[in-house]
Design a protein around this ligand. Structure first.
Ligand code: DO4
Ligand code: MG
Length: 308
């Protein structure tokens, strides 16, 4: 079972439950808000059932539930329905250098040799602040690269949604857009390489833990299209992730204040060749099995923080 948030033609958003190609839209406005998924998780806990059980009951017993087709959303949006970020996370954090491929790429790009080798092997993982709601975009929206970069890449990552007790309540897809030239120049520039307007994409759906099964056995695939042609395609399986997901969450939550709905990106294992950089007009598609396809057009910001 997957959960999406959908804007309806008459305005207003609804939470939808996706089963096969059907989306059952819940009538409650509160579940359609940016944190509606968390309201639903809390309601399920109050009733002492899982979110999946609560949703199943809701969609099978309420006659006000409206049904649309999932294939009519996203890229093929018709009839005015539009996919939104499934949750508007109060905070997004990222884990870094969790795959061997990321370690190699970071060591290649950096002038501070050795630090990424160290963090890959260290007991404490790299965890960094990534985004606030105003810096996040959803499915089919424009995502950005900085104005002052010549080497930027998408980072396709399995993303964890955390509940009120920092428990894992769902999984989605994140794109941790990053400027490799800025990050490589000096590790202290990491916040500038990572955090800017439109730097983080979340969506298209939240898959519930029961649906995901083993989160360390999911295929992640990324495609980049330029002028209609595929210019990059790569894939990885989350079994290559060096860290446990609970391990990452426990380091994030330790001595910290983590609001419910926070999203943690678990790191990238797909890095395009070193001569590759995103350009305005590129389309990035990230697919994670059991979650869906996250698709965005890329634009480069102008130096005033607006798109060029
Ligand atoms: O310090 C670099 C961050 C690396 C990263 O974001 C990743 O491995 O996904
Ligand atoms: Mg990353």
């Amino acid at each position: 079972m997957r959960v999406v948030r959908v804007e309806s033609p008459r305005g207003g958003a609804r939470l939808g439950v996706v089963v096969d190609d059907e989306v059952a839209l819940l009538p409650e406005k509160r579940y359609g808000s940016g944190r509606g998924f968390i309201a639903l998780v809390r309601e399920a806990a109050r009733r002492r059932v899982s979110a999946a059980q609560y949703l199943q009951q809701r969609i099978s017993s309420d006659r006000r539930v409206k049904r649309i087709r999932y294939s009519e959303l996203g890229e093929r949006a018709v009839r005015g329905f539009r996919l939104l970020m499934p949750i508007v996370p109060p905070e997004v954090w990222g884990a870094g250098v969790t795959y061997l491929r990321s370690r190699e790429a970071r060591e290649y790009e950096t002038k501070a040799k050795g630090i990424y080798d160290l963090v890959y092997e260290a007991e404490r993982p790299e965890i960094f602040f990534k985004a606030t709601p105003s810096r996040c975009v959803g499915p089919e929206e424009v995502a950005y690269i900085r104005s002052d970069t010549r080497w930027s890449v998408p980072e396709p990552e399995l993303a964890i949604v955390l509940g009120p007790k920092q428990e894992i309540v769902g999984y989605t897809i994140g794109n941790d857009l990053s400027a490799r030239d800025i990050e490589g120049e000096n590790p202290l520039y990491l916040p500038q390489a990572k955090i800017y307007r439109g730097c983080c994409v979340i969506g298209p759906a939240i898959a519930l833990p029961e649906t995901i099964g083993d989160p360390k056995n999911l295929r992640i695939e990324m495609r980049v299209l330029r002028e209609g042609a595929e210019i990059f395609k790569g894939w990885v399986n989350t079994s290559n992730l060096k860290r446990g997901l609970d391990e990452l969450v426990s380091y994030l939550a330790r001595d910290n204040v983590i609001p419910a709905g926070t999203v943690l990106l678990t790191g990238t294992g797909i890095v395009p060749p070193d001569d590759f950089s995103l350009r305005s007009g590129d389309i990035v598609e990230i697919e994670i099995e059991k979650i869906g396809v996250l698709r965005n057009r890329i634009e480069q910001l102008s130096s005033r923080g607006k798109r060029s």
